[in-house]
Design a protein around this ligand. Structure first.
Ligand SMILES: Cc1cc2nc3c(=O)[nH]c(=O)nc-3n(C[C@H](O)[C@H](O)[C@H](O)COP(=O)(O)O)c2cc1C
Length: 263
């Protein structure tokens, strides 16, 4: 009992230290925090999209017992607002449902032994996707080891556009971006979004997810517009239906009075 209390206090210290030490102006404290990490490179995603996530139901930090984990709720928002296929990383051996048991297990066994927990039913068609969301919770200031299991099983991620996301108790999800860049230095990593688990069920969190997806150009409205384009033949410039010039000639366009569909 004393040991569990010590571990819980240590974890609180990790969370608070990470929250206070963040350079991100969007982090507004442990409760209700959202965090967006701007990344260099292209700002928008393209092609067919896959969402990969891990989440643990049961007792959790500041939310009590939940039937659906915090990151699973965030994944639900993304699934509703963007045109993604979904793969959930489900551990072969479930983590303890009790919060203190889980944090002890991760701190005493999984991290020190550098374990790679196995998961059920791996995805076999990753090659079909150009953009992959990868998300989960923060465990002891880093992504859970099972995220590493997934990355090591899929070296083809190196050629993808990757969008990190997740939920946390105050630490932010910058460590997802760091880990992804460590494994796949040549991948294009776009802006991540982290939301505090305690506020993920609030309507404002769904709005935050929607704003982020719009910024990335991957919400359903943006992708629909970007896939339907008109093309003027007079000056050789393409225009998408939102009025923005585009060099991308995919989608529907009109030329010499005829309609073309180009993929
Ligand atoms: C084992 C464990 C370790 C955790 N460590 C941290 C941490 O270091 N920093 C933090 O901000 N939150 C930490 N948390 C809180 C979770 O990141 C947060 O509750 C998250 O929303 C859980 O997501 P999930 O329900 O999808 O698993 C930890 C939670 C667990 C279970």
């Amino acid at each position: 009992m004393k040991k569990l209390l010590t571990i819980t206090l240590a974890l609180c210290a990790v969370i608070v230290a990470m929250a206070c030490g963040s350079n991100d102006p969007d982090v507004d404290g442990v409760t209700g925090a959202t965090e967006q990490n701007g990344e260099s490179g292209e700002g928008t995603a393209k092609g067919k999209m896959l969402l990969v996530y891990f989440s643990r139901a049961g007792e959790n930090w500041q939310v009590g017992y939940v039937e659906r984990g915090n990151t699973a709720i965030m994944a639900d928002y993304i699934r509703e607002l963007a045109d993604v296929d979904v793969f959930e990383i489900v551990p072969e051996v479930a983590y303890p449902a009790a919060y203190n048991e889980c944090i002890s297990y991760v701190n005493d066994i999984e991290i020190p032994q550098n374990l790679r927990p196995a998961y059920k039913n791996d995805i076999t068609n990753l090659a079909d996707y150009e953009t992959v969301f990868i998300g989960g919770p923060i465990w002891w200031a880093r992504p859970p080891m099972i995220i590493r299991t997934f990355m090591e099983a899929h070296p083809e991620l190196a050629a993808k556009t990757i969008i990190p996301f997740g939920t946390h108790g105050g630490s932010g999800v910058g460590s997802y971006t760091t880990l992804i860049k460590e494994y796949f230095p040549n991948a294009t990593v776009l802006e991540s979004l982290g939301i505090a688990g305690v506020s993920i069920r609030d309507a404002s969190s769904k709005q935050t997810v929607e704003n982020w997806l719009k910024k990335l150009g991957v919400d359903k409205q943006s992708t629909a517009i970007n896939h339907v384009r008109t093309r003027t033949v007079d000056n050789g410039v393409s225009y998408s239906l939102n009025g923005m010039p585009s060099n991308n000639q995919r989608g529907l366009y009109i030329k010499n009075g005829k309609k073309y569909v180009s993929k």
